[in-house]
Every structure is written in structure tokens, then in C-alpha cells.
Design a protein around this ligand. Structure first.
Ligand SMILES: Cc1cc2nc3c(=O)[nH]c(=O)nc-3n(C[C@H](O)[C@H](O)[C@H](O)COP(=O)(O)O)c2cc1C
Length: 203
């Protein structure tokens, strides 16, 4: 089935006000992951997309640490907060996104987190194309991650990303089942201004 087939994705109640590629509506952050492992080639493809993100001075400050063996995933689960480990322990792949705070000339890089966010966005969208789901998590202990994964000080620890194939909603605990539904967004008029702050974009 194609990527535009709403019955495949089941997110038909997410509607855009203007015509856009359905991939933006189809990407969402479920918590239920199936046990199906992610093929190495598929995993490489999503990081390939992440690699092509734009960045300030093309510094490409993003770095990813991948955990897919039982040992590596167990290490990751030690620094993820309980509210997230409750569901992300089923994800076959966990990745930690870092960004270097220093440029290749050892100067402070103002846009390191911004650029890492763009890279994560690319990864998330390519994941949809590859039939995967992703879920970013800020709920983890960065200092513990730094210590356990030997991350140098010049790297900011950004987010953990759970990656895998979507599982059955029923596999989640009841509290999470209620939340297993794509959410919506603020209206365009709330986030895009024209001319000066607060002034609506004219039609
Ligand atoms: C930086 C960041 C941190 C997040 N942290 C968490 C988290 O700790 N736990 C969680 O369940 N979801 C987390 N999320 C997921 C967001 O809640 C989710 O992306 C948002 O509600 C929009 O929903 P959608 O991704 O399904 O479109 C995080 C997302 C981002 C981008």
C-alpha cells in the first residue's frame, strides 16, 4: 500500500488547512512498538536522510549514538526516565542525538541544537517513508547518558529517539492506550505573522 493510503496510516482525522504532502500528517509519535527488528539497510536509510540536513556553515553538528543490541539498549534504559522506559523498552532501536557546541575551527557554534533538530526532523520524515515510526524523548538524564556513553563535554546531549515498527495499541498499558492517538496543531494564524509580531498573515 502506498504512503498516501489513509487506511494504512489511520490518521485520517489529522487534517491540514492547506494542501501539503501527507507525510507531514502521517508522521506522529506512537508509543507502541512491534517486536519486528529494523533491518540494517532501513536503519542506514533514515540516518542517511538525517545526514543531509542543512546546518549553519554546513558544520553538521549532529551526532547519533545507536543502541540496538540487548546490551546497548539496557544501558540506554538506565538513563531514560521511568515515564518513558515504561513503553520505549519495546523499541528495537534507541538513538541518542548529540550536537557539538564547537565548530571545526573550535569556535562556539550558535546553531548546534537548531541544526540537530533539523536533522532529527529529516530522520523522522524518512522513517515514515520507510514504514517506521519514531518517538523523540526529552525525558532522560543527560548527565547519566554522558557518563555511561563516554560523551565528551563539548557535545550537548539533545534527545533520545525510539525507532521501530508500530505495534498494537492494545499492547500498551491502559493509561498509554488513551494517549495513543495523533494530536493536532495550533492554527497558522497563531504561529505565522506578517510584517510585525502578532499581525496576521494576509490571504
Ligand atoms: C524535544 C522533544 C522532546 C520530547 N520528549 C518526550 C518525552 O520525554 N516523552 C514522550 O512521550 N514524548 C516526548 N516527545 C514527543 C512530543 O510530545 C510529540 O512530538 C508532540 O506531542 C507532537 O506529537 P506528534 O509527534 O505525535 O506529532 C518529545 C518531542 C520532542 C520533539
Amino acid at each position: 500500500m502506498g504512503h498516501n493510503d489513509k487506511s494504512t496510516w489511520g490518521q485520517s482525522h489529522r487534517e491540514s488547512t492547506h494542501a501539503i504532502d501527507p507525510i507531514y500528517l502521517n508522521r506522529w509519535s506512537p508509543r507502541s512498538f512491534s517486536e519486528k527488528p529494523v533491518e540494517a539497510e532501513v536503519l542506514h536509510r533514515i540516518f542517511e536522510a538525517a545526514r543531509w540536513a542543512p546546518s549553519g556553515s554546513n558544520e553538521q553538528p549532529w551526532r547519533y549514538i545507536v543502541a540496538r543490541t540487548p546490551e546497548d539498549r539496557a544501558t540506554f534504559l538506565k538513563f531514560i526516565m521511568p515515564g518513558n522506559t515504561a513503553w520505549c523498552d519495546k523499541a528495537p532501536v534507541l538513538a541518542l542525538l548529540l550536537s557539538t557546541k564547537l565548530s571545526s575551527r573550535d569556535e562556539p557554534l550558535r546553531s548546534h541544537s537548531f541544526d540537530a533538530g533539523t536533522s532529527w526532523g529529516y530522520l523522522a520524515l524518512e522513517s515514515v517513508r520507510q514504514g517506521l515510526v519514531t518517538h523523540a524523548m526529552g525525558g532522560f538524564y543527560p548527565d547519566k547518558a554522558r557518563e555511561l556513553l563516554h560523551i565528551p563535554n563539548e557535545y550537548e546531549v539533545e534527545i533520545v529517539i525510539a525507532i521501530g515498527y508500530q505495534g498494537e495499541k492494545e499492547a500498551l498499558s491502559e493509561a498509554y492506550q488513551e494517549r495513543e492517538i495523533p494530536n493536532s496543531r495550533r492554527g497558522l494564524e497563531e504561529v505565522v505573522f506578517e510584517g510585525s509580531f502578532g499581525d496576521s498573515l494576509s490571504t
